[in-house]
Design a protein around this ligand. Structure first.
Ligand SMILES: *[C@@H]1O[C@H](CO)[C@@H](O)[C@H](O)[C@H]1NC(C)=O
Ligand SMILES: *[C@@H]1O[C@H](CO)[C@@H](O)[C@H](O)[C@H]1NC(C)=O
Ligand SMILES: *[C@@H]1O[C@H](CO)[C@@H](O)[C@H](O)[C@H]1NC(C)=O
Length: 186
Protein backbone atom coordinates (compact mmCIF):
# COMPACT_ATOMS: atom_id res chain seq x y z
CA UNK A 1 0.00 0.00 0.00
CA UNK A 2 1.52 3.35 -0.96
CA UNK A 3 1.47 6.08 1.59
CA UNK A 4 -0.95 7.94 -0.63
CA UNK A 5 -3.59 5.20 -0.60
CA UNK A 6 -2.97 4.77 3.11
CA UNK A 7 -3.75 8.42 3.62
CA UNK A 8 -6.94 8.14 1.63
CA UNK A 9 -7.94 5.10 3.65
CA UNK A 10 -7.35 6.92 6.89
CA UNK A 11 -9.37 9.88 5.68
CA UNK A 12 -12.19 7.60 4.58
CA UNK A 13 -12.19 5.82 7.91
CA UNK A 14 -12.31 8.97 9.94
CA UNK A 15 -15.08 10.33 7.74
CA UNK A 16 -17.42 7.39 8.14
CA UNK A 17 -16.50 6.18 11.61
CA UNK A 18 -19.11 7.14 14.21
CA UNK A 19 -16.80 9.52 16.01
CA UNK A 20 -17.60 11.25 19.20
CA UNK A 21 -17.91 14.63 17.52
CA UNK A 22 -16.53 16.30 20.59
CA UNK A 23 -12.80 16.89 20.35
CA UNK A 24 -13.09 19.25 23.26
CA UNK A 25 -13.74 16.30 25.55
CA UNK A 26 -9.97 15.71 25.61
CA UNK A 27 -9.74 18.70 27.94
CA UNK A 28 -12.47 17.55 30.27
CA UNK A 29 -10.27 15.32 32.45
CA UNK A 30 -7.81 18.12 33.13
CA UNK A 31 -10.49 20.65 34.13
CA UNK A 32 -12.33 18.00 36.09
CA UNK A 33 -9.18 17.30 38.06
CA UNK A 34 -8.88 21.02 38.89
CA UNK A 35 -12.50 21.44 40.00
CA UNK A 36 -12.35 18.24 42.04
CA UNK A 37 -9.21 19.43 43.77
CA UNK A 38 -10.65 22.89 44.45
CA UNK A 39 -13.92 21.63 45.88
CA UNK A 40 -11.87 19.74 48.44
CA UNK A 41 -9.44 22.48 49.36
CA UNK A 42 -11.70 25.53 49.23
CA UNK A 43 -13.01 24.65 52.68
CA UNK A 44 -12.01 22.51 55.62
CA UNK A 45 -12.46 18.79 55.90
CA UNK A 46 -15.54 17.45 54.15
CA UNK A 47 -18.50 16.71 56.38
CA UNK A 48 -19.49 13.11 57.07
CA UNK A 49 -23.10 14.11 57.61
CA UNK A 50 -25.59 12.13 55.51
CA UNK A 51 -27.49 13.92 52.78
CA UNK A 52 -31.29 13.91 53.25
CA UNK A 53 -31.61 13.10 49.55
CA UNK A 54 -30.26 9.75 48.47
CA UNK A 55 -27.39 9.93 46.02
CA UNK A 56 -28.53 8.78 42.53
CA UNK A 57 -25.90 6.07 41.96
CA UNK A 58 -28.37 3.96 39.99
CA UNK A 59 -29.00 6.82 37.62
CA UNK A 60 -25.27 7.09 36.92
CA UNK A 61 -25.23 3.38 36.14
CA UNK A 62 -28.19 3.60 33.81
CA UNK A 63 -26.83 6.60 31.94
CA UNK A 64 -23.97 4.44 30.69
CA UNK A 65 -26.40 2.63 28.43
CA UNK A 66 -27.56 5.87 26.79
CA UNK A 67 -26.26 7.34 23.59
CA UNK A 68 -23.16 9.52 23.69
CA UNK A 69 -25.15 12.67 22.91
CA UNK A 70 -27.42 12.03 25.84
CA UNK A 71 -24.51 11.24 28.14
CA UNK A 72 -22.75 14.48 27.28
CA UNK A 73 -25.98 16.42 27.70
CA UNK A 74 -26.41 14.81 31.09
CA UNK A 75 -22.94 15.93 32.18
CA UNK A 76 -23.59 19.45 30.87
CA UNK A 77 -26.97 19.70 32.64
CA UNK A 78 -25.57 18.33 35.89
CA UNK A 79 -22.77 20.89 35.91
CA UNK A 80 -25.24 23.69 35.25
CA UNK A 81 -27.48 22.56 38.06
CA UNK A 82 -24.50 22.29 40.39
CA UNK A 83 -23.43 25.86 39.60
CA UNK A 84 -27.03 26.89 40.14
CA UNK A 85 -26.83 25.69 43.73
CA UNK A 86 -23.92 28.02 44.42
CA UNK A 87 -25.01 31.02 42.42
CA UNK A 88 -28.58 31.36 43.58
CA UNK A 89 -28.22 31.21 47.27
CA UNK A 90 -26.77 33.03 50.14
CA UNK A 91 -23.25 31.82 50.76
CA UNK A 92 -22.39 34.41 53.39
CA UNK A 93 -22.58 31.89 56.25
CA UNK A 94 -19.68 29.76 55.04
CA UNK A 95 -16.05 30.54 55.56
CA UNK A 96 -14.66 28.95 52.43
CA UNK A 97 -11.66 30.48 50.75
CA UNK A 98 -13.21 33.11 48.46
CA UNK A 99 -10.56 32.90 45.79
CA UNK A 100 -10.60 29.10 45.60
CA UNK A 101 -14.39 29.05 45.60
CA UNK A 102 -14.50 31.50 42.70
CA UNK A 103 -11.88 29.49 40.80
CA UNK A 104 -13.87 26.35 41.49
CA UNK A 105 -17.04 27.89 40.02
CA UNK A 106 -15.13 29.28 37.05
CA UNK A 107 -13.68 25.86 36.30
CA UNK A 108 -17.13 24.29 36.38
CA UNK A 109 -18.27 27.02 33.97
CA UNK A 110 -15.43 26.16 31.62
CA UNK A 111 -16.38 22.49 31.74
CA UNK A 112 -20.00 23.43 31.01
CA UNK A 113 -19.12 25.79 28.15
CA UNK A 114 -16.85 23.20 26.56
CA UNK A 115 -19.63 20.63 26.56
CA UNK A 116 -22.09 23.17 25.23
CA UNK A 117 -19.86 23.57 22.19
CA UNK A 118 -20.30 19.84 21.53
CA UNK A 119 -23.86 19.04 22.36
CA UNK A 120 -27.07 20.97 22.01
CA UNK A 121 -29.68 18.29 22.54
CA UNK A 122 -31.42 17.33 25.76
CA UNK A 123 -30.41 14.44 27.91
CA UNK A 124 -32.87 11.58 28.09
CA UNK A 125 -32.52 11.71 31.86
CA UNK A 126 -33.70 14.83 33.60
CA UNK A 127 -32.03 15.40 36.95
CA UNK A 128 -33.57 18.81 37.61
CA UNK A 129 -35.95 17.34 40.18
CA UNK A 130 -33.13 15.68 42.08
CA UNK A 131 -31.18 18.95 42.46
CA UNK A 132 -34.31 20.88 43.43
CA UNK A 133 -35.00 18.36 46.18
CA UNK A 134 -31.43 18.56 47.37
CA UNK A 135 -31.59 22.35 47.45
CA UNK A 136 -34.95 22.41 49.26
CA UNK A 137 -34.00 19.90 51.92
CA UNK A 138 -30.68 21.59 52.71
CA UNK A 139 -30.19 25.25 51.80
CA UNK A 140 -33.83 26.36 51.77
CA UNK A 141 -34.81 24.42 54.83
CA UNK A 142 -32.05 25.98 56.93
CA UNK A 143 -31.88 29.38 55.25
CA UNK A 144 -28.35 28.58 54.10
CA UNK A 145 -26.74 27.33 57.31
CA UNK A 146 -23.02 26.48 57.28
CA UNK A 147 -23.93 22.79 57.78
CA UNK A 148 -26.20 22.78 54.76
CA UNK A 149 -23.49 24.38 52.64
CA UNK A 150 -21.04 21.73 53.78
CA UNK A 151 -23.52 19.07 52.72
CA UNK A 152 -23.83 20.71 49.32
CA UNK A 153 -20.05 20.78 48.97
CA UNK A 154 -19.77 17.11 49.87
CA UNK A 155 -22.53 16.08 47.45
CA UNK A 156 -20.92 18.25 44.78
CA UNK A 157 -17.69 16.32 45.15
CA UNK A 158 -19.53 13.00 44.82
CA UNK A 159 -21.25 14.22 41.65
CA UNK A 160 -18.08 15.60 40.12
CA UNK A 161 -16.42 12.22 40.70
CA UNK A 162 -19.26 10.39 38.99
CA UNK A 163 -19.30 12.88 36.11
CA UNK A 164 -15.54 12.47 35.75
CA UNK A 165 -15.95 8.70 35.50
CA UNK A 166 -18.78 9.10 33.01
CA UNK A 167 -16.74 11.44 30.80
CA UNK A 168 -13.81 9.01 30.88
CA UNK A 169 -16.21 6.21 29.99
CA UNK A 170 -17.50 8.17 26.97
CA UNK A 171 -13.94 8.86 25.78
CA UNK A 172 -12.91 5.22 26.22
CA UNK A 173 -15.93 3.70 24.59
CA UNK A 174 -15.78 6.02 21.60
CA UNK A 175 -12.07 5.28 21.18
CA UNK A 176 -12.89 1.58 21.31
CA UNK A 177 -15.65 1.86 18.72
CA UNK A 178 -13.33 3.88 16.49
CA UNK A 179 -10.70 1.15 16.79
CA UNK A 180 -13.21 -1.54 15.99
CA UNK A 181 -14.49 0.16 12.89
CA UNK A 182 -10.94 0.91 11.71
CA UNK A 183 -10.03 -2.75 12.14
CA UNK A 184 -13.00 -4.06 10.19
CA UNK A 185 -12.25 -1.67 7.39
CA UNK A 186 -8.64 -2.83 6.80
C1 LIG B 1 -5.26 15.31 39.71
O1 LIG B 1 -4.17 14.83 38.94
C2 LIG B 1 -3.01 14.54 39.70
C3 LIG B 1 -1.90 14.17 38.74
O2 LIG B 1 -2.31 13.21 37.82
C4 LIG B 1 -3.32 13.44 40.69
O3 LIG B 1 -2.19 13.14 41.47
C5 LIG B 1 -4.45 13.87 41.59
O4 LIG B 1 -4.82 12.83 42.46
C6 LIG B 1 -5.66 14.31 40.77
N1 LIG B 1 -6.64 14.89 41.67
C7 LIG B 1 -7.91 14.51 41.70
C8 LIG B 1 -8.74 15.21 42.67
O5 LIG B 1 -8.35 13.65 40.96
C1 LIG C 1 -27.41 36.38 53.58
O1 LIG C 1 -27.41 35.89 54.91
C2 LIG C 1 -26.91 36.85 55.85
C3 LIG C 1 -26.81 36.15 57.19
O2 LIG C 1 -27.70 35.08 57.33
C4 LIG C 1 -27.84 38.05 55.87
O3 LIG C 1 -27.34 39.00 56.78
C5 LIG C 1 -27.89 38.65 54.46
O4 LIG C 1 -28.82 39.69 54.42
C6 LIG C 1 -28.29 37.60 53.44
N1 LIG C 1 -28.19 38.16 52.11
C7 LIG C 1 -29.08 37.93 51.16
C8 LIG C 1 -28.82 38.56 49.85
O5 LIG C 1 -30.06 37.23 51.36
C1 LIG D 1 -36.72 18.76 33.50
O1 LIG D 1 -37.77 18.77 34.44
C2 LIG D 1 -38.11 20.06 34.94
C3 LIG D 1 -39.21 19.90 35.96
O2 LIG D 1 -39.04 18.76 36.72
C4 LIG D 1 -38.55 20.96 33.80
O3 LIG D 1 -38.83 22.26 34.29
C5 LIG D 1 -37.44 21.04 32.77
O4 LIG D 1 -37.88 21.79 31.65
C6 LIG D 1 -37.04 19.63 32.31
N1 LIG D 1 -35.90 19.76 31.44
C7 LIG D 1 -35.76 19.05 30.32
C8 LIG D 1 -34.51 19.30 29.56
O5 LIG D 1 -36.62 18.27 29.94
Amino acid sequence: MTSWTRLILVLLCSAVTPVLGCDWLRHYGHLSNISLTLVQVMGGQLTDQESPVRFPYRLYERIRKDEVESQLAFIRDSLELITGLYRHDNRSSVTWDTDKTERFLMTIDRQTDGLKSCVSTHSRKNITRYYRRLEKSTLYRTGGSPESWELIRKETKLHLEQLDLLAAFVVDSSAASRRRSTETRH
